[in-house]
Design a protein around this ligand. Structure first.
Ligand code: NAP
Length: 319
């Protein structure tokens, strides 16, 4: 009996390991590009895939700006990243994407202190109800509007430093997203959600905004030396679900442990989009598992993307 139990346990662990290596882990970024003399911004880089992305970029010699909302968490990550990479070219700068004023003051400080910007990685994301400082729905405000304003304010510098890239970290959840312009025009929130399903819907909506933003941005960048990409990083064992109930976290633990990527694996598609040579003709497209993927019609609808752009400009005071 004991032998059967032992053999079963070995079989289950081996099967989980093989499944993880073959199915979960996914492809890796194979670019050997070095980044000495290049400057990059990674938003939300104090934890999760933002941090592992920043570590990889710093190891390649880049000057990496950790754009994080918490001074304490940002500075702790800065120390970790310096230790792991041995780089003295990593800098923390405070950026709260849930505050239009914070975004503007981040950009002002960045443009004053840094002469270059080669790659902007809009990675930060939140899965939480509530409102931003400006009264926008938290997920719409941080995941979309915050990055929309940040990108627009940094565009001139990116153009001056071309060839340069903008990477928008979206999610496969964008497939379930909807853009309710009536709701946005009246409440600015794209809904906030109260039930589990509503909150998931609002998150998915914000991730659809990331894909549509990238689609429209690529059009507006035609004729410049700047390209942009959106992506799904995979299902990752990160801190993203930290604001969900402890029951949900406990319930999901076995799934996230065995079936989700770790954060190094989860950063590979961001790195691919940021570094892979020869993908410039794919500007505006969506990637998953280091591969360009088709999106549904609603995620590349020209009229919706343009309307979302114009609404976003109004909501963040660009027009
Ligand atoms: N995890 C997944 O399975 C998964 C799947 C698909 C897509 N994604 C996307 O991948 C990206 C990274 O997520 P992750 O899994 O690495 O999550 P994570 O571990 O929770 O990291 C998210 C990062 O975003 C930052 N952030 C949140 N709100 C912010 C704000 N207002 N201003 C500035 N930074 C803010 C967080 O800062 P604090 O630490 O201060 O909160 C943190 O550094 C997100 O865009 C997410 O939507 C994740």
């Amino acid at each position: 009996m004991a032998t059967i139990l032992l053999l079963t346990a070995i079989f289950v662990v081996a099967a989980a390991y093989i499944f993880h290596e073959i199915v979960v882990k996914g492809k890796s970024c194979t670019s050997k590009v070095q980044l000495h003399g290049k400057t990059l911004i990674v938003t939300g880089s104090n934890t999760g895939i933002g941090k592992t992305t920043a570590i990889d970029l710093a190891k390649r010699g880049a000057r990496v700006i950790l754009a994080c909302r918490s001074k304490q968490r940002g500075e702790a990550a800065l120390e970790d990243i310096k230790k792991v990479t041995g780089s003295n070219q990593v800098v923390f700068m405070q950026l709260n994407l849930g505050s239009l004023a914070s975004i503007r003051s981040f950009v002002e400080a960045f443009l004053k202190s840094e002469p270059r910007l080669d790659i902007l990685i809009n990675n930060a994301g939140i899965y939480m109800q509530g409102q931003t400082d400006d009264g926008l729905g938290m997920m719409f405000g941080v995941n979309h509007i915050g990055h929309f304003l940040l990108t627009n304010l940094l565009l001139e510098r990116l153009k001056e430093c071309g060839p340069s890239r903008i990477i928008n970290v979206s999610s496969v959840a964008h497939h379930f997203g909807k853009i309710d312009f009536d709701c946005l025009n009246t409440t600015k929130s794209l809904g906030q959600g109260t039930t589990f399903m509503e909150v998931l819907q609002v998150y998915s909506n914000s991730k659809l905004c990331n894909v549509l933003f990238t689609h429209e941005l690529a059009k507006r960048l035609q004729g410049t030396n700047v390209t942009c990409y959106s992506l799904h990083p995979g299902a990752i064992n990160s801190e993203l679900a930290r604001n969900t109930s402890s029951f949900a976290q406990w319930f999901l633990l076995p799934v996230t442990t065995f079936f989700f990527k770790n954060t190094i694996q989860g950063s590979q598609t961001s790195l691919h989009c940021a570094l892979q040579e020869g993908i410039e003709h794919l500007s505006g497209r969506y990637f998953s598992n280091c591969t360009v993927k088709e999106v549904s019609d609603k995620a590349k609808d020209d009229a919706t993307a343009k309307k979302l752009w114009e609404l976003s400009e109004r909501l963040c005071g660009l027009v």
